[in-house]
Design a protein around this ligand. Sequence first.
Ligand code: SAM
Length: 221
Amino acid sequence: MLYIVATPIGNLDDVSKRALETLRSVDFILCEDTRVTKKLLNHFKIESKMISYHEHSKLTKMDYIAELLGNKKTLALVSDAGTPGISDPGNRLIEYLLSLMPDLEISPIPGPNAAVSALSISGFPTDEFLFLGFPPHKKGRETFFKDFATEKRTVVFYESPHRILKALEQLEKFLSPDRRLVICRELTKMFETIYRGNVGDIRSRLAESEICGEFVVVIHG
Ligand code: SAM
C-alpha cells in the first residue's frame, strides 16, 4: 500500500488527522527532502523511518521502493510542502510502480495545495481553470505569458521570489489594464499577503516591498 500524503504549505496546524495517523503507522516515509520532513515529524513526535525520494532519484531507488512494496511494507510519499505530484515529485514514481505492479493500492490523503488555496480566495470563476505549474525559466517563457492575453479561463501558476517581479513585467506587456489578478504570498504563514488589482498596480506594490516568500499568481480569464 502506498499513501500519497499532503502536508502543510506553511502552517503546521493545517495537517490532517489522517495524515498524521498515516505517517505514524507506515513502515517508511518517502520524502522529497528528509531534513524538511524531519521538522514536521519532530513537531508531531512521529518516529517512522524516512527514505529520500526526489525528482532526480535513480531507477535503482524506484526499484528499491518497489521491492519494499512487494514485501508488503506500507509506504507514504510526502513532498516538502503541499500535495505530492502537483509541481512536486510523485508522478514518475507512481507510473513506474504501476508498470511493475498494476494492482498496487495507491490512496490519497488529501490536504493543502497552494494553487487551490489561491483559487479559493480569488473570487474568479473556477468552474474551469488552467493550472500551469511554474513558467519556463528561459525558452518559451515569453510565449507562456503571451498566451494569457486571449485565455478565457482563470489561469493559476507558481512563481519563485527571484522571478516574480520579472514575471509581472513580462505579463504587463500582454495583459490589458482591466485584467484582474490575485497574487498570494506566503499563504497560511505569518506574513501572508494577498495582492488584488491589475498587473501594473501589483507590480509597483511588490517592487516597493521586500521580495521574499512563495507566490501563487491567479489571473482572471
Ligand atoms: N505541491 C505543492 C502544492 O501542493 O501546492 C507545490 C510545490 S511547488 C514545488 C512550490 C511552489 O508552490 C512555490 O514556489 C510557490 O509558488 C507555491 N507555494 C507553496 N507554498 C506556498 C505558500 N505557502 N504560499 C504561496 N505559494 C506557495
